[in-house]
Design a protein around this ligand. Structure first.
Ligand SMILES: Nc1nc2c(ncn2[C@@H]2O[C@H](COP(=O)(O)OP(=O)(O)OP(=O)(O)O)[C@@H](O)[C@H]2O)c(=O)[nH]1
Ligand SMILES: [Mg+2]
Length: 375
């Protein structure tokens, strides 16, 4: 097995000079992988590439990939392609040049790969990982809350560090996602790559580490321009995922249920002379039954009930959830609006209450009724 540590550089001559010997020392302790370094340099004016060429005379396991500067992500895509195609890498690493990522941690990442994980993510926000205490407060806030916000929007709380760039992954992960890696700007590249890997079911581990400080060379991050780009990616990716995923199906099923409710109501009133209120109860019960079955077979098809006992228990939970939602959440919102704001906006309260109801129902369905048996 071969692992290639890819170091992206833009004007990192001084750092490359320091990090290469340290990393080579770490390599000596690794027995079950053939280790190599690939510097992915974007024609740095400071002569980083020339230094790498010199170093490759001293160490026979260093290569250089050069290209136009198109952002960190583009450098990684080029570097990973080079590492896999030209160097025969089975595993590739992402690691910064400026020693903020401690090369001593490399064996821990490999251990996770050996345990069967497809990707190991260095984390600064869990399990003993940390960010520099000396960072100015705005950078700490940006880093901590940025990651928290991403976790909330993505609804994947078990992964703590989305923006970091200390990672190891099997070549299969890169080859699968390569065509879709089109977000090249700094953090957005890291977030989108991780998001796609999770989506496709790759097994992901975390490796806590202390993120050091940059001692020499200039920072390339541009937080302000990155934030907008990152938020745009996270929000649009999540909306797409919801609409084309379970949430979209849930809405279609619910829409169909609404039609059933309306048809039964009208049929009972117009043809059988029922009073509207009991007719609606029957209509709603039919709609809930239809919603349950379509959600069971389609929306949550891969987690469907497949015994009579689990079908019945899910059905009961479904009726209970629906009743609670309608009475307390939807009707409760209308009641509160009517009491505290005024009757004139009652239809708005109904719409807002229905929005809450959808969120309540979808959350209960995915987290409780059709919860995943494991992550
Ligand atoms: N090839 C290439 N490398 C880049 C580019 N932008 C950043 N890098 C490298 O990516 C790594 C991380 O960039 P940094 O500027 O250190 O980002 P950071 O660690 O979030 O910021 P600091 O804490 O200020 O260092 C470094 O090795 C950079 O040289 C780029 O456009 N092309
Ligand atoms: Mg850095």
């Amino acid at each position: 097995m071969k692992a290639v540590v890819i170091i992206p550089t833009y004007n990192e001559r001084g750092n490359i000079e320091r990090i290469v010997p340290i990393t080579e020392e770490v390599f000596k302790k690794i027995k079950n992988y053939e280790m190599a370094i690939l510097v992915a340099d974007d024609n740095s004016p400071d002569g980083t590439a020339e230094l790498v060429k010199d170093l490759s005379k001293k160490y026979n396991n260093i290569e250089l990939s050069q290209g136009e500067r198109q952002g960190l992500g583009a450098a990684y895509v080029r570097g990973m392609t080079h590492a896999i195609e030209k160097m025969g890498a089975d595993v590739v690493f992402e690691m910064d040049a400026d020693l903020q990522h401690d090369p001593e941690k490399i064996p821990e990442f490999l251990a996770k790969i050996d345990e069967g994980y497809d990707m190991a993510i260095g984390t600064r926000y869990s399990g003993g990982g940390s960010i520099p205490g000396a960072w100015p407060i705005h950078r700490k806030i940006f880093s901590i809350f940025g990651n928290l916000l991403i976790r909330i929007i993505m609804m994947r709380f078990w992964l703590h560090d989305w923006t970091g760039g200390f990672r190891a992954l099997k070549k299969e992960v890169f080859l699968k996602e390569k065509e879709e890696l089109t977000e090249f700007k700094g953090y957005t590249f890291q977030v989108s790559f991780l998001h796609k890997a999770i989506r496709d079911g790759f097994k992901i581990a975390e490796v806590p580490f202390h993120f050091g400080e940059r001692n020499i060379g200039d920072s390339k991050i541009a937080p302000m321009s990155y934030i907008a780009n990152l938020l745009r990616y996270v929000i649009t990716a999540r909306i797409k995922e919801l609409i084309f995923g379970k949430f979209g199906k849930f809405l279609v099923v619910g829409g169909f249920g609404f039609v059933i409710n309306a048809l039964v109501l009208r049929a009972l009133v117009e043809w059988f002379n029922w009073a509207p209120a009991p007719a609606n109860l029957v209509g709603a019960a039919c709609a809930i039954f239809s919603n349950f079955n379509f959600n069971n077979l389609w929306t949550f098809g891969e987690r469907r009930a497949n015994t009579v006992a689990s079908y019945s228990s899910k059905l009961i939970q479904f009726y209970a959830t629906s009743a609670f939602g309608v009475i307390f959440i939807q009707t409760g919102t209308i009641f509160l609006g009517d009491t505290f704001i005024g009757r004139q906006y009652y239809f708005i309260y109904f719409l807002i209450g229905t929005g809450f109801l959808l969120i309540w129902n979808f959350t209960m369905y995915s987290v409780v009724i059709w919860r995943k048996s494991r992550r």
